[in-house]
Ligand binder design. Structure first.
Ligand code: 2HG
Ligand code: ZN
Length: 482
């Protein structure tokens, strides 16, 4: 009988589950499908591959399997159906909602060994990759070919395309380029019953009924394993410049957005609050953009072909100052300066991990953001006055990241239970604002109980029925999303 002593680290002791006798059978059958070297029960792998970037779950998979072909994926799925053992599909595990967490003795199916760039087609302007290719590899491949893959976020170096598609990843350029969904022209996937689907065949025009490609985008590994993806590419954007502005009220950011959007082509319009800036500076030692204090900051990335747009940006800035919308500002004069200014925004998420944050990824229509944020702020201030609230996110997309930091006096579980209470109230508020409980991070385990605030029970029931069609035995990522 296999019996794996886990680390004595208390975190894992809590999660310990002995493997059943059937483990021997599963492991040897997996080895006969993918080969011995592509199956792991090493303790380090069992600890790593059961977790994503959420810090609240335990890792406890039964085994990690690394298929190297679509045929092998099909065989693994047949086996899992046969033995009724769940599978957790696994990409770069950079997710923030627990979608890739394996804590119930599951098989983790990692795409790490299916990461090839299969084809670049300059006529079609597409790249076809295995799902384990990283976002950055796709970006670099596009660049080498004089083209551009625009979906971009801080974890591009480790996030994988399959995971991007499964969660419909967003990022910092959505205002200009949209989400992952807008760039997927074809998907090859194996369903939960082992059927191979080649979806949309990378066609631009294909009006032949239901487009299951779009069902797989954002399905969070609950319908099938995404094996290959064809992504659209576009021409690289012109060079850009960056402005950082400080405002005294969140609602002024919307006015600034309107003014800048009316005359410039924006690649990003991001924001962060003073606490976020303080923390990033404290942890990373970056410089402040300017000395004037502001409660909120906007980071505006605007296209600046042939250096012609900077004068316009300065005029718009003066207009904002005259209208008393802006307190201070600074504009980049070189690519290096732009990069440094971006770090103030892009390093926030990683910085906050040092403070044990409880994360929320909310969206409402852009016009509703100020009232929504004010209501949340006053609710938390009134009910939990000692909680530090950090706001940042993507103004241009109506997407607010709300991170609540754990006060020292509360232990982890007390803090989590208070935050769960907050989430119920946030959910009700999201519902009343017709918003979403997950703008770009997915639902996974973390937001599953709050799905009802964004979708009707009729819609959730239909989702469950759809899942049954693609995965009749419910072996794929059980407990996630639904
Ligand atoms: C970002 O916009 C990411 O930086 C991460 O979506 C957000 O960690 C977060 O809360
Ligand atoms: Zn984000």
């Amino acid at each position: 009988m296999y019996h794996f002593a886990r680390s004595t680290n208390s975190f894992y002791v809590d999660c310990f589950i002995n493997l059943r006798d059937s483990a021997v059978n599963i492991i040897s059958r997996l080895e006969s499908i993918v080969g011995r070297k592509n199956v792991s029960i090493e303790q380090a792998d069992l600890e790593n591959f059961g977790l994503d970037r959420t810090s609240v779950y335990c890792s406890n998979p039964r085994v990690i399997v690394f298929p190297t072909s679509i045929d092998q994926i099909q065989e693994v799925i047949y086996l899992a159906n046969d033995l009724e053992v769940p599978i957790v599909p696994s990409g770069g595990r950079t997710g923030l909602s627990g979608g890739a967490v394996a804590s119930n003795s599951e098989i983790v199916l990692s795409m790490n060994k299916m990461n090839s760039i299969l084809d670049v087609n300059l006529n079609d302007r597409t790249v076809t990759v295995e799902a384990g290719a990283t976002t950055q590899e796709v970006q670099e491949e596009a660049y080498k070919n004089g083209l551009f893959y625009p979906v971009n976020f801080a974890s591009v170096g480790s996030s994988q395309i399959g995971g991007n598609v499964a969660t419909n990843a967003g990022g910092v350029n959505v205002i200009k380029y949209g989400m992952t969904r807008d760039w997927v022209s074809g998907i090859t996937a194996v369903t939960g019953s082992g059927e191979l689907l080649v979806l949309n065949k990378s066609l631009i025009k294909n009006n032949t009924g239901y487009d299951f490609r779009h069902l797989f985008i954002g399905s969070e590994g609950t319908l099938g394993i995404i094996c290959q993806v064809t992504l659209k590419l576009t021409e690289p954007p012109p060079p850009s410049s960056v402005f950082i502005l400080g405002v005294s009220k969140f609602k002024d950011l919307l006015e600034v957005l309107k003014i800048f959007q009316s005359k410039l082509s924006l690649q990003a319009f991001e924001f962060f609050c003073d606490h976020a800036l303080e923390k990033v500076i404290e942890v990373h030692g970056h410089s402040k953009p300017f000395v004037t204090y502001a409660p909120f900051y906007a980071l505006i990335d605007f296209e600046n072909q042939d250096n012609t747009s900077q004068d316009e940006a300065l005029k718009l800035y003066s207009e904002c100052v005259d209208k008393k919308l802006v307190l201070d500002g600074v504009m980049s004069e070189s690519i290096a300066q732009s990069r440094n200014m971006w770090k103030l925004r892009e390093d926030i998420s990683e910085t906050l991990w040092h403070y044990q944050p409880y994360k929320n990824d909310l969206s409402v229509r852009i016009s509703k953001m100020p009232n929504f944020l004010d209501e949340i702020d006053s609710f938390i201030k009134k009910s939990y006055p000692n909680f530090e609230v950090i706001w940042y996110g993507h103004i241009g997309d109506g997407n607010l990241h709300l991170n609540i930091l754990k006060p020292d006096e509360l232990n982890k579980s007390e803090f989590k239970s208070r935050c769960d209470d907050i989430s119920i109230n946030l959910g009700k508020l999201v519902e009343s604002f017709d918003g979403s409980i997950s703008a770009e991070h997915g639902v996974g385990l973390l937001k599953r109980n709050y799905l009802k605030f964004s979708k009707s029970s009729g819609e959730i029931n239909l989702m469950a029925e759809v899942k049954k069609v693609f995965d009749p035995k419910g072996i794929l990522n059980p407990g996630k999303l639904l």
